[in-house]
Design a protein around this ligand. Structure first.
Ligand code: MN
Length: 238
């Protein structure tokens, strides 16, 4: 049986549209899973019923998280937020965490995962972190613009099998306080956290880069999707 991987989407409120780059669904398909896009719900308390149908979940990239979810007021450099996405995805992530559903957070997704589990974010790296490098690249999507150091003792490190990796970077927010139960798996050279995971789970991983935008140019970046689909397969059997 092919595991079904739920994927969150962008919400274009103005035009009443659910939108998502096909890079995510094609990565899941290439990795051997069945992608299923989850739209905004008017009744977000139905997240449990959605989770009953999937064997893994990808929290995708997108706009900034509302800082009220980590107890802060908006910093002047906070960007656009999506109350509709937050209202769905925070409970979705929390319910997925509590049933130990294989979970991959990408960019906004690592941030959402961290906040849903009780952590906090820099609302704007350039004004809140010390001596940051350029984390919002103007190079093409697939281009690996900065290094990250991986901890090879972590699941994320083992999946990649290298101590240093060059990744793409399209974020101005980042994990600041790591959620309880999570560990850091990857750092940029400026100390910005680029990866977290919850080691007690079979597969709860967040990365700050966009592997879905890189795998077609560099097959090593399919590894996270392959590992997610494998974890989904194990979850489906259990
Ligand atoms: Mn970065």
């Amino acid at each position: 049986m092919l595991p079904v991987i739920g994927i969150t989407a962008n919400f274009d409120a103005e035009n009443h549209r659910t939108t998502l780059s096909t890079d995510y669904s094609r990565a899941v398909e290439r990795a051997g899973g069945i992608p299923l896009i989850i739209p905004i719900l008017d009744e977000p308390d139905r997240v449990e019923a959605i989770l009953d149908h999937i064997h893994g979940l990808i929290l995708t990239g997108g706009v900034d998280l509302d800082p009220s979810y980590f107890g802060e007021n908006p910093h002047p450099k906070l960007g656009r937020v999506s109350p509709e996405r937050d209202r769905l995805e925070i409970p979705l992530a929390q319910a997925a965490l509590s049933r130990k559903l294989p979970l991959l957070g990408i960019c906004r997704g690592i941030q959402l995962l961290n906040v849903a589990a009780g952590g906090a974010l820099y609302q704007d790296i350039n004004s809140q972190a010390k001596d940051p490098l350029k984390h919002y690249q103007e190079a093409p999507r697939w281009f690996p613009s900065h290094e990250v150091k991986l901890d090879l003792a972590t699941r994320t490190g083992k999946i990649h099998g290298v101590k240093t990796l060059r990744v793409n970077s399209f974020h101005h927010q980042a994990v600041s306080r790591v959620a309880p139960g999570f560990i850091v798996t990857a750092w940029a050279p400026d100390g910005i956290i680029e990866g977290i995971e919850r080691p007690d789970d079979p597969f709860t991983i967040g990365v700050q880069w966009h592997p879905e935008g890189m795998w077609e140019k560099d097959a090593r970046f399919l590894a996270l999707f392959t590992a997610l689909v494998e974890a989904g397969q194990t979850f489906a059997r259990s």
